[in-house]
Design a protein around this ligand. Sequence first.
Ligand code: 1HN
Length: 357
Amino acid sequence: MSEAPAAEPIALSPEILATRQEFYRRINGGHMAPLWEVLRGLVPLEPNPTPKAHIWCYDALRPFLLEAGALVTAEEAERRVLVLENPAFAGKSRATATLYAGIQIVLPGEVAPAHRHTASALRFVLESSGGFTAVGGERTTMRAGDFVITPSWAWHDHGNESQDPIIWMDVLDLPMVNFFEGGFSENYNDISQTIVRPEGDSLARYGAGLLPLESKGPFGKTSPIFNYPYDRTSRALAAVAAAGKLDPHWAATLRYSNPVDGGWAMPTIASWMTHLPAGTATQAIRSTDGIVIAIAEGRGVARVGDTRIAFGPRDILAIPNWTERAFQAETDCFLFCCSDRAAQEKLGLWREERKAA
Ligand code: 1HN
């Protein structure tokens, strides 16, 4: 990227500087400030990302999650989650500049009580032998690798009637919602919501390449499919990769789409899955969105800016906006990815730059 030549700094006398400082002090008393002192920070030549590239290794994180399971019940905690805090945002509950991420555990027999909020949530299931979530009156069993959506303002509660803990990654658009100060939330009048449709109803109506004649979904701007099962996703991607040429920057990638309008599955958060067959690699690319990746399967190495990061199954990666990323797969890799691209595209902000080999 070519940089505009910086304006020559003008040498100013101490008298002029003092006069200006004194002026700034006086206008500051009237709650005003000189734009010319802050202009470059407000309008950078290009993004200067705040988040750091980071990996949360599942093997290191999992014992803490089980420890939390012994310390507090899901019901008492409301949501028993370890928040994944980007090192650049300590105490701010952010994995990237715009996305919250956490790891949630529901133990056998537990319920995470029903509530709803304006923030949209997604779940990517890391470990399960059959816990469930209920969304808008329908239950879905959550299996490892499933991508599950909780639309804005939809009632949702989680439960686990299996013999083993269920563990998943939550990603919410909370930093965006809270930037707009558009946060509302409400508790349901019972621990679990009333179920009004049989399991699988949404997938049958909206997820079979067919649509009801009246094809407006029940969830407004969010996809009416609220569980995109991993068996379908991984089979589709394996077929795409087997069919031939991989994209140099994206390998085999398919995005999760809203069947009603063909757009992203969620209004603010874009989501896709990338498959790199064993031994393949992608070339560097950067884009203005900040990305959270959960490794569904496989081992490999990510390069994020100048950092090399070895990853394995169920690890979580934060990729800062406008930072080069490239991946090498040692074994067959399936990467679940989500970012603020959906929101950025609506605002006309999203850009990408693909590096030549
Ligand atoms: C929430 O409602 C869930 O429903 C998980 O599982 C994480 C983090 C912040 C605010 C609400 C859930 C959350 C959350």
